[in-house]
Design a protein around this ligand. Structure first.
Ligand code: AMP
Ligand code: GLY
Length: 406
């Protein structure tokens, strides 16, 4: 955003020690809707890009639009695409969008519904659960236990309703599209690594690393995703009076019978955004503003560098369960000296140094002509960092690196 010629002044709420160099940080939490709206009014802000899902689901974009402010991000009704898994599954059913077979159920129905599914089976809390509300049950006992846990409040209010889903097999990929409510354009692909450990083992996380583009999503498959998944979603929401303005992030399973939707997010992914932005070459603020003002049809089509970008997440020891806070981080300038970029996530400034302040802490990012080259450069940068209480996966990009070696 700061690199956009059309952006004269950029504020970030609340920001972190990384974005500080590019935007004026204001100490307002992302879920403090009243505080954000007061700030927008006081400073005459004319364009807001809403990053995370919680304020979208809570209606921040609606409230800003009511004030006449251009907003990139869906209103609460359309943000249900991320906020309610059951809502998205029902929309897929109405619009004939390929996705896993499913049943939405309440506590008294779930065990009977489960009997109709084969194993493995997927049990999901309906609401927002910070990426943790999905259980892949390998046995019937595990599925029963997952259902009981969700209705017992393991994910708080998110688990008041549960979705039981058919288990799909295939390779996963992420696809992005920008929508102004009616027009929709493709905005690149990526592949995330959700499990905490090398070789895709251990618990799910928010994402431990990603690369872009994801060649497994060929031009032909991308065209299918636009025609069968993205366009019907945007058209259905528009027809129902809840147009989608913002970025649609489709989590896809590339099955033997074509791409199927796993889930939608109503925002750029983290860390998918980092690799998309390393490759995006245009005026981002102008493009997102066009999407926010019904002007996408006339906007300059997005241009991406042909190079690959790859990012490695440095997380605090103990992540995802109990990340250790306060560990010092040195060497960020050294890591960037070779041309890479270190994006901050959960960092804070403490006594003149940068310390870990969250689960995922840094995103060490590099580009290359191949995924193999981008990977080598990203890990060379990782090795320049001195972050004793942190760790990372050492195999980000492994699927594509193996294909490139063939
Ligand atoms: P979600 O939060 O919905 O993206 O789910 C988290 C992860 O669970 C996905 O990235 C998939 O790896 C897996 N998953 C979710 N739903 C299914 C499904 N129906 N079949 C197979 N894997 C799934
Ligand atoms: N990396 C996946 C997400 O942002 O949901």
């Amino acid at each position: 955003m700061a690199q956009s010629p059309s952006c004269a002044k950029l504020y970030a709420a609340p920001g972190n020690p990384g974005i500080e160099a590019h935007a004026e940080c204001v100490a307002i939490a992302a879920d403090d809707l009243d505080g954000l709206i007061a700030f927008v009014k006081a400073h005459g802000i004319d364009f807001v890009v809403v990053g995370p899902e919680a304020p979208l689901v809570a209606g921040l974009a609606d409230r800003l639009r009511d004030l006449g402010v251009a907003v990139f991000g869906p209103g609460a009704a359309a943000a249900r695409l991320e906020g309610s898994k059951g809502f998205t599954k029902d929309l897929c059913a109405r619009a004939n969008i390929p996705t896993a077979a499913y049943v939405r159920c309440s506590a008294d129905e779930a065990h009977a519904v489960l009997e109709g599914f084969s194993i493995p089976v997927v049990i999901k809390a309906d609401g927002l659960a910070a990426g943790k509300g999905v259980i892949i049950a390998e046995t019937r006992e595990d599925a029963e236990a997952a259902i009981d846990d969700m209705f017992d409040g393991a994910f708080g209010g998110a688990g008041a309703e549960v979705v039981i889903e058919e288990f799909m097999t295939g390779e996963e990929a992420s696809f992005f599209a920008l929508s102004d409510g009616t027009e929709v354009i493709a905005f690149g692909s990526a592949q995330d690594h959700k499990r905490v450990g090398d070789g895709d083992v251990g618990p799910n996380t928010g994402g431990m690393g990603a690369y872009s583009p994801a060649p497994v999503l060929t031009a032909d498959l991308e065209a299918q995703v636009m025609d069968r998944i993205i366009r019907p979603t945007v058209a259905t929401l528009a027809a129902e009076g809840t147009p989608y303005i913002g970025v649609l992030f489709a989590g896809l399973m590339l099955t033997d019978t074509g791409p199927k939707l796993i889930e939608y997010n109503a925002r750029f992914g983290d860390p998918e955004c980092q690799v998309l932005m390393m490759r995006y070459a245009g005026d981002l603020a102008a493009l997102l503003h066009a999407a926010s003002t019904g002007a996408l049809a006339d906007a300059t089509p997005p241009a991406f560098a042909s190079d690959y970008a790859l990012t490695v997440v440095m997380a605090a020891n103990g992540y995802p369960a109990t990340p250790e806070k306060g560990g010092a981080i040195h060497g960020i300038a050294d890591a960037e000296a070779g041309g890479g970029r270190v994006f901050h996530a959960g960092t804070a400034r403490e006594g003149g140094q940068i310390v870990a302040a969250g689960g995922r802490v840094l995103n060490v990012t590099a580009t290359g002509r191949t995924v193999t080259e981008a990977q080598a450069r990203a890990y060379a940068a990782v090795d320049k960092l001195d972050f004793k209480t942190g760790f990372c996966r050492r195999d980000i990009g492994w699927r594509e690196v193996a294909r490139e070696a063939d």
